[in-house]
Design a protein around this ligand. Structure first.
Ligand SMILES: NC(=O)c1ccc[n+]([C@@H]2O[C@H](COP(=O)([O-])OP(=O)(O)OC[C@H]3O[C@@H](n4cnc5c(N)ncnc54)[C@H](OP(=O)(O)O)[C@@H]3O)[C@@H](O)[C@H]2O)c1
Length: 306
């Protein structure tokens, strides 16, 4: 039995991600039939934003009203909810159940598959704010899809209807895929927070620091988009200013804590980017030695710490 190309969509979960996808899919012409949340309020709020969409009492009512159900709930609840849903095991009415997590395995939906559902993963690489503006901002992002052959084109078309690129991923790589995506999200914030903390010691508050640092970050991203990572690296590492880098590493060591270890580890990555250039700076080995010596001292300090 072929899966409908323009399926009736349903949402279990009416949070940040569901609000964006439901509105975006409806705008693209997909029928969004039903939504249920844990509370009636969140489902009603979403239903009011989507023409023809009904807020229903529970997750099973979403399945009964839909052909493709997005399970858009916190990861820890995905398996429990999937385990309690009933599907048409004879396949008279094909229903697919898809979760939206990057980290949780699609196998957690196996109980639904055993009861006749097609199962899959539809993970948007986007941080949802829960605001309406998400529907515009998600365009240009990527959605990672894991699904059987009959469902894959349907999910790909849904992703493209939001203006997104499509990625596909074998299930066994989910942990590394999702974990490393944090470098483009929370870890970028963690790196900024390190700078803000150090600037606080210099007398700048967070607002002042972010006003100065965020435009640098935006500029760096734009340069990387145009020239690639290796050519976008700036600072002493890029110019080959080995003596300056050594003084910077010493300044971070003098701060104590793990500041120098973090700085040296990130510099190690920046150096390997610079090494990829056609003509890396002549001092690259001296800079690498300084970084490795800093890291060794940091490791020795943490090993001897009580
Ligand atoms: N947020 C992101 O940036 C993002 C990005 C990519 C992927 N994801 C994935 O998307 C999924 C949803 O994340 P989210 O950020 O949208 O979560 P969220 O904003 O916390 O919303 C979760 C929704 O699930 C509902 N819910 C919780 N337990 C439920 C249950 N037992 N039955 C029915 N509904 C239930 C909640 O209902 P109430 O509102 O009534 O409490 C809420 O509407 C997760 O798997 C997450 O990993 C999120």
């Amino acid at each position: 039995m072929t899966f409908p190309a323009l399926p009736r969509l349903g949402f279990i979960g009416a949070g940040r991600l569901a609000r964006c996808l439901a509105v975006g899919f409806a705008r693209a012409g997909y029928p969004v039939a039903a939504v249920a949340g844990r509370s009636a309020q969140s489902a009603q709020r979403l239903a009011q934003a989507v023409p023809q969409c009904r807020a229903v009492a529970d997750a099973q009512s979403v399945v009964d009203a839909s052909e493709l159900v997005f399970l858009a709930v916190p990861d820890d609840s995905i398996g429990t909810i999937a385990n309690n849903l009933r599907f048409d095991a004879q396949g008279e009415r094909p229903v697919a159940l898809v979760h939206c997590s990057g980290a949780t395995s699609v196998d957690v939906l196996a109980p639904a598959q055993a009861r006749g559902a097609l199962i899959g993963g539809f993970h948007p690489l986007y941080l949802f704010s829960g605001e309406r503006v998400d529907v515009e901002r998600i365009a240009g992002c990527s959605v990672t899809i894991e699904a059987p052959a009959e469902l894959t084109p349907v999910l790909e078309n849904l992703a493209r209807s939001l203006g997104c690129e499509v990625l596909s991923l074998p299930g066994e790589h989910r942990m590394l895929y999702h974990g490393s995506a944090h470098y483009a999200a929370s870890f970028a914030l963690a790196a900024l927070s390190e700078a803000v903390d150090i600037w606080r010691k210099l007398g700048f508050n967070e607002d002042q620091s972010l006003r100065a640092l965020l435009p640098m970050l935006s500029g760096t991203i734009e340069t990387a988009r145009g020239k690639g990572l290796s050519n976008a690296v700036a600072g002493p590492v890029s110019r080959g200013d080995a003596a300056l880098l050594a003084r910077q590493l010493s300044a971070f060591e003098a701060l104590g804590g793990d500041h120098a270890a973090l700085y040296a580890l990130l510099t190690r990555r920046a150096l390997s980017l610079v090494r990829r250039r056609a003509q890396p700076p002549a001092t690259i080995d001296a800079m690498t030695d300084a970084v490795e010596a800093t890291l060794e001292r940091a490791l020795a300090r943490s090993a001897s710490a009580p």
